[in-house]
Design a protein around this ligand. Structure first.
Ligand SMILES: Cc1cc2nc3c(=O)[nH]c(=O)nc-3n(C[C@H](O)[C@H](O)[C@H](O)COP(=O)(O)OP(=O)(O)OC[C@H]3O[C@@H](n4cnc5c(N)ncnc54)[C@H](O)[C@@H]3O)c2cc1C
Length: 378
């Protein structure tokens, strides 16, 4: 008799590793399948750092999930003994009415989150590395900081396996279907596998592996850049430079991180409008892209843009409204999908693992996920 797993998780990146962990912790026989190696750099969950914050400019309705995400990251740190989160504080910068500042303030107010609104001189006094413009203000949130994404993925996998999950790497899923008995049959490069349910967390590959969902996803190429600060001063370290997102009229918002452990300061634009596919992705970074980023960085942090260290390419999977897609497959209740994280999903991996375990095992979740309905684009 071939094995029938309780659940198979397709894709073990940020979200899939968390789902595998949460399903295994509920004592189910669960198998995770991943085409590449653990915590690889070919999808969306690499690059050394990800912003995490609570005063969410995108929409206040994300805040309850964020509060739970913080708890679960802390729990994962405790249970694995790994350092996953670094609290640096966070600056949301721009004109008072812009989305990044006004949206963050709205979330903070609605959910009673601690924050300070700072004028340019106050910003420069507290954070000497940065140069806000006279017409800019900032919302500062002390609870914000960064996650180490590769370590987060490794920690979820570690805890999943310790709880009894099986994880196979270098196995590519080529398709899946529902059998006449209602099992999910998963075709892979290592043969066919069967399970009572399937969780699809395929990141930028979601459109290919679940085409029948007809999701209007677009995969976007986004680049991260690392520079050595020109002035080798402590003002660029995590004690004096928080994570930041800056919205300025001349470009798409950019975000960045302090210099953690001498790796350089990291900076990138949030969205590029460069639509691609996982196969067609251009992983080389042109000198003009580095020069353009250097200009933006210098304007924000005059001594920040010293020697260029490296750049790396990553993929966003965008939905038209930039809200996530999480829920049951409309035609197959045995299949749960999570994708379309639109460049802001990583901080939620821990809580989305919990949501996916709820949906896959109980068919519902106490978390409020109405915003993420897969059929909202129909
Ligand atoms: C440059 C950049 C900066 C970002 N910054 C932030 C940030 O600061 N804060 C934040 O919260 N979020 C941020 N994000 C977004 C966040 O990183 C993503 O939303 C999140 O990582 C998505 O995780 P995922 O599991 O959906 O995708 P992935 O991590 O890509 O995982 C999908 C996995 O599925 C596997 N897979 C796919 N198809 C198959 C198949 N057929 N067979 C087997 N395996 C398969 C893939 O190999 C991959 O490992 C950023 C993203 C990028 C690219």
């Amino acid at each position: 008799m071939p094995v029938v797993y309780d659940r198979i998780v397709l894709g073990l990146g940020g979200m899939g590793s968390a789902a595998l962990c949460q399903i295994a912790r509920r004592k189910r026989r669960v198998l995770g399948l991943e085409q590449f190696h653990p915590a690889h750099a070919l999808g969306s969950s690499h690059g050394g750092s990800r912003i995490i914050r609570q005063a969410y400019f995108e929409d206040p309705s994300y805040v309850p999930m964020l509060l739970r995400a913080y708890e679960l990251w802390e729990d994962l740190e405790r249970s694995t003994g790994r350092h996953l989160f670094l609290q640096t504080g966070g600056l949301m910068v721009g004109a008072p009415g812009c989305a990044v500042v006004a949206g963050s303030a709205r979330s903070a107010r609605e959910h009673g989150l601690a924050h300070d609104l700072l004028e340019p001189d106050q910003i420069m006094r507290r954070f000497p590395a940065v140069r806000p413009r006279p017409d800019e203000i900032a919302l500062f949130e002390a609870k914000a900081g960064l996650l180490f994404p590769e370590d987060c993925v490794a920690a979820h996998l570690q805890r999943a396996v310790a709880a009894g999950a099986e994880a196979r790497f270098g196995v590519r899923v080529t398709g899946w279907r529902i059998s006449s008995e209602g099992l999910v049959l998963v075709q892979t490069s290592a043969g066919e596998l069967a399970a009572e349910g399937l969780v699809i967390t395929a990141g930028p590959w979601l459109g290919q592996i679940a085409p029948d969902l007809g999701l209007p996803l677009n995969v976007e190429r986004n680049v991260m850049h690392w520079f050595e600060p020109a002035a080798n001063a402590p003002q660029f370290g995590p004690d004096q430079l928080p994570i930041y997102i800056v919205e300025r009229p001349e470009c798409t918002p950019f975000y960045g991180f302090p210099d953690v452990g001498g790796q350089g300061i990291k900076i990138g634009y949030h969205h590029s409008q460069q639509v691609t596919t996982p196969e067609g992705l251009d992983r080389t970074v042109a000198p003009t892209e580095v020069a353009e980023m250097r200009k933006t960085l210098t304007d924000w942090m005059p001594d920040g843009a010293g020697r260029w260290l490296k750049s790396a390419v990553c993929m966003y999977t965008n939905t038209p409204d930039h809200n996530f897609v999480i829920g049951e497959h409309p035609n197959h209740q045995q299949v749960v999908v999570a994708g379309g994280f639109s460049g802001h999903g990583f901080k939620f991996c821990s809580v989305i693992g919990e949501v996916l375990a709820d949906l896959a095992l109980a068919g519902n979740t106490p978390h409020s996920i109405d915003l993420f309905r897969p059929d909202r684009f129909a």
